[in-house]
Design a protein around this ligand. Structure first.
Ligand SMILES: Nc1nc2[nH]cc(C(=O)O)c2c(=O)[nH]1
Ligand code: SF4
Ligand SMILES: [Mg+2]
Length: 244
């Protein structure tokens, strides 16, 4: 089998491919991009806004039991790369679910995109360390470690070796989803213990009113700590919709 055939044979589990859209969160907020959402997650956040990537029993707050047969699509990596490149933009965002559960095929996808001059950002929950091969593709990581209001304790959500490996890539932004100033004390402890360098605070919320309320309650305390803030501009633009 040729290298091309081997590469073509590799499959990745996709939930949805969409775009062009705007990167709605984090340091690249506002940039035009195309988007691939991968299937499966190793966490179970109560307020998850993409439970259709992992929740087959209805355990998130939304309470819907999604059908994995309808939500998960095993696709050839080259076909995913082609669909993303066809949107004619210079940035691809890979999210989930948890994309690092599939990091071998994600690495392949990052290589293919890089070869065509496209930059890649990976949204991850920070519980899985990136391999040296993935880091070598120069993909940038937007890492969102989950706080206690996710419904899980730090023994599940905070994985020191993974956080340190992501921090050591040099290009990682740590983007914490928060509801109010009390959450920032939890963030303080994680940032200090693991030496995280680039800290971003993002309000939790799936509608404008909730985002604005959380943002207003957080802003002063974030500025006092000299951290960065993001909102979720795709939610402001399009509301709580899939595929934007
Ligand atoms: N436009 C847009 N930007 C995003 N940035 C991170 C997202 C995510 O779901 O991880 C997201 C998303 O779902 N849509
Ligand atoms: S880590 Fe992200 S995708 Fe997974 S359950 Fe939490 S919010 Fe949802
Ligand atoms: Mg989203």
């Amino acid at each position: 089998m040729s290298r091309q055939e081997t590469t073509r044979g590799r499959k990745i589990v996709v939930n949805e491919i969409f775009g062009p859209t705007i990167q709605g969160e984090g340091p690249s907020m506002g940039r035009i991009c195309s988007f691939v959402r991968l299937g499966g997650c190793n966490l179970t956040c109560t307020w998850c806004d993409t439970p259709y990537t992992w929740d087959w029993t209805g355990q998130s707050n939304e309470g819907t039991a999604y059908d994995p047969k309808a939500e998960l699509h095993a696709m050839h990596v080259v076909d995913v790369a082609d669909r993303l490149r066809a949107m004619d933009v210079r940035l691809v965002v890979i999210s989930g679910g948890e994309p690092l559960q599939q990091q071998q095929t994600v690495t392949l996808l990052c290589h293919m995109l890089k070869e065509s001059g496209v930059s890649v950002e990976i949204e991850t929950n920070g519980t899985i360390a990136p391999s040296p091969a993935l880091t070598a593709t120069q993909a940038r990581f937007n890492v969102s470690p989950k706080l206690r209001h996710s419904g899980m304790g730090p023994e599940r959500t905070v994985v020191p070796v993974a956080l340190r490996a992501l921090n050591a890539t040099g290009g990682a932004a740590f983007k914490f989803v928060c509801r109010g100033p009390a959450d920032l004390e939890e963030v303080d402890a994680i940032v200090a213990r693991h030496g995280l360098e680039s800290v971003w605070i993002m309000p939790e919320g799936q509608d404008q009113e909730t985002l604005t309320r959380h943002m207003s309650s957080l802003a002063d305390a974030v500025v006092a700590r000299r951290w960065n803030m993001s909102t979720r501009i795709h939610v402001q633009a399009w509301g709580n919709r899939r595929g934007v």
